[in-house]
Design a protein around this ligand. Sequence first.
Ligand SMILES: [Zn+2]
Length: 377
Amino acid sequence: MIRKIAAHYALIDGQLRRNIVVSVDHNRQITSIDEHTSLDNVAGVEFYPGILMPGMVNLHCHLELSYLRGAIEQNSGFAGFARAIGSVRNNYTDEERIHAASVADSTMWEEGIEAVLDIANDDLVMRVKERSHIEYMTLFEVFGLTTPNIDSHNNLASKWAMSSVTPHSTYSLQDGVFRAATNQNNSTLSIHMLESTDEVELYHHNGSLWQWYERMGWECDFLNYKTPAQRIVESVASDKRTVLVHGCQATANDLAILNKHFTTPVTWALCPESNRYISNSKPPVELLRSTNSRIAIGTDSLASARHLSMVGNMLLLGDVPLNELLTWATLNGAMAMGLDSRLGSIEVGKAPGLVILEKADLHNMRLTEESQTRRIV
Ligand SMILES: [Zn+2]
């Protein structure tokens, strides 16, 4: 059976258009997109108030940390957050962790998330992801200055479908291990990047990361790269699909270095709720827009966010035209994951899922605090 679906507006080719009817078959595949002069006389249409959009892509999540919802104080700062997560991590049973992941997964699906690029340190919640309607790509994250190699991560990735290995960041891995972790066949990399000034300062031998490493007696064999961006371009192949997460401290110079190197453009996964939660910082939205950088949206984890809501994150990205914001939440994330032939936009032949964005201000085309998304296909 074919369902015909319409709303006040539909996101088509990056634009918000009126009087569009989208037909979708029992396999969730879009069979036609028809533009009418008015929807008044079109028979058999399900009409929804709001904006019809494709299923969303959450480009940065740590589903396994869902059990830490509310466990870590807001505004504890970058180093404080890392310490806090270490101290509360062992207070929960496996059952509690799996249950929390399962609840978070269901909520994301109902709110219209179609695919997630998910970071993992172990495989405890992999079964939740396997059973989910959401399409997960799991990246086992290599972390720690004393981590000698990526063998255990490769083992995990070979055990589970739709998984691979990625380096955590440019400040938490020695040179050889970082390079090994970036050298993955045909998968997307996701690297936490320039979340705080501590990362930048480390390369100048100061700041809280530098002091912490000194106290622990850990040496870094990668500070010769001078900056995180320079380390990325000297370590990652130019055609690698690469997601850089956060970017709060990125400068025009960093972007110039990265853009010159990458032939496949990097995607910035912005997680404004997490930035707000940890340190009241903000992603560099206007800098990225003014340099035509590719932007997508992630929720990060419930350890550093009140929710895994894409709309909640969009609301924190400032005064960006709504069609652009919705494209970041959908097509740009799908492109970053290499899923755009099937997901991310309302196009005939794709099966992106369909979502209604409710309670937006349709006169000024802005989100409101009441805005929410709901899956309809
Ligand atoms: Zn993260």
